[in-house]
Structures are given as C-alpha cells and as structure tokens.
Write a protein of this length. Structure first.
Length: 263
C-alpha cells in the first residue's frame, strides 16, 4: 500500500525547462516512478533531442516538445498537440526560469520584465491551459518551482525574488481556486545545488562556496537527485490532501537565522 501511494505509472508529466539541471533531475525522478515525461525547452531542438535520448538511456519514456512558455498561443498549440499525441497531462511541473544578477538601481526595466515574464507569468499561462483538462477529469497535480527567494532577498536578484515571491502566492491562490476540483497545487523551493552551473564556484576557498557550506546546517551543497523525492511526493496520491504549500529542499538554510551548528 505505501509503495503504491508513490507509483506514477500511466501518468503523463509535463516538466518545463527539463533539458538540463534541476528540471531534469526532477523529471528523471518522476520518470523513474513510472511517469511518461514530456520534455520541454525553447533554446534548441538539439538540446531537447539530447535530453530525450538521455532519459531513454535511464529507462524513462520521454517525448520532447519545443515551445516558449511565455507565448500563450504557442502554449495552447503545444498542449493540444501533447494531448493528441501522448495523452492528457496529469502532472505539470512549472520549472522553466531565468535569473539576471543585476543591482536593482542598475537594472533596465526590460530585463526586470523579462524575469517576471519567464518566472511568474509563464507558470500562470501554462497552468491556465493545462488545468482545464484536469478540472474536466477531476484530478491533477501542479508543482511550481519556487525558491528560497520566495521567502527572502539577496543582493542583485531583486527581479528573481519578486517573481519567486509572487509564484509562492500564485501557488496558494491556485490551490484556493482549484482544490475543489481534486487538484493539488504546491511548490518546491530548492536551496543551493551542485550543478554544472555552480561547479566553478564549488571549490574550497571560494568565498561563495564557503558561505553556502557554512550557512547550510547540512554543511554541504544539495545533490540534484535530492529533489526527486519531493517531486514524486507532490505528484502522487501520497499528497492528495496537501495543497498550497511550498516544500523547501534546502538543507535547513531557512530554518535558522543564527550560526548553524556546523560553524
């Protein structure tokens, strides 16, 4: 019984921005639990094809679709195609996102709007058009990928923090409006993870590496695979009465304001 609660066999999961990084780690977890993965990206068809090939080497059924999650017409067309070619979308993970590290006083309005558009508006767009099928079927799971910046700020990431703070509240309002249809909408807030993007700074003696290791009660960077459990939980029957929450997978950073015990 307990194992079946986490079984995703027969489910179709659309994970935006799933060609690499944390999106790929979460999609891989869902695929290993039995879901068919809809791989999404917008940078190039080659990256999508390479990602699909990787998932298949892991024994995961994956199909790729290139579309821009900020373009409502493109989203509508893609969802219609996916539902026709693969099936109804049971799980949606709004993972696609960008960050621009620019002090607010120096940031161009166009850059601020772009971050908001990708990180906050696109989850609204994709959810709006996926949830209609979920409402009709009276079931579904939506996971919005939030951030520790949904709770606090940091220098040079004002636009990102504004978007992720908004995404936390959008998650709660989606739950407020859609829970009555047996749809669960929650978020995951990743901490700092060991990815290819962070590899150059994850060396002893680098100021930011030392800051993260010392600031995190777990005293280490997260492994991207650490996100799989939260993604599976929020996509499965195990979370059928969990709604409007953000699960922070951060090694304990948000739990403390003082010095962690490892310092």
């Amino acid at each position: 019984m307990s194992i079946s609660l986490f079984n995703l066999e027969g489910k179709v999961a659309l994970v935006t921005g799933s060609t690499h990084g944390l999106g790929m780690a979460m999609a891989k977890g869902l695929g290993k639990a039995g879901a068919t993965i809809i791989v999404n990206g917008n940078s190039s068809q080659q990256k999508i094809d390479e990602a699909v090939a990787y998932y298949k080497t892991e024994g995961i059924n994956a199909i790729g679709y290139k579309f821009n999650v900020t373009d409502e017409n493109a989203v509508i067309k893609a969802i219609q195609t996916i539902e026709k070619e693969v099936g109804s979308i049971d799980i949606l993970v709004n993972n696609a996102g960008i960050i621009k590290r620019i002090p607010l006083e120096n940031m161009e309005v166009a850059d601020f709007k772009q971050v908001i558009d990708v990180d906050l508006v696109s989850p609204f767009i994709v959810s709006k058009h996926v949830v209609k099928g979920m409402i009709a079927r009276k079931e579904g799971k939506i996971i919005n990928i939030c951030s520790m910046m949904s709770e606090l700020g940091r220098n040079t990431v004002g636009a990102y923090a504004a978007a992720k703070g908004g995404l936390k509240m959008l998650t709660q309002n989606m739950a407020t409006e859609w829970a009555k249809h047996n749809i669960q909408i929650n978020g995951i807030g990743p901490g700092y993870f060991a990815t290819s993007q962070t590899e150059p700074i994850r060396v002893d003696g680098h100021p930011f590496n030392d800051f993260i290791v010392n600031r995190t009660p777990a005293a280490k960077w997260g492994n991207p695979d650490d996100l799989a459990g939260a993604a599976i939980f929020l996509s499965s029957k195990a979370s059928d009465f969990v709604n409007g929450h953000v699960v922070y997978v951060d090694g304990g950073i948000l739990a403390t304001i003082g010095k962690p015990s490892n310092e």
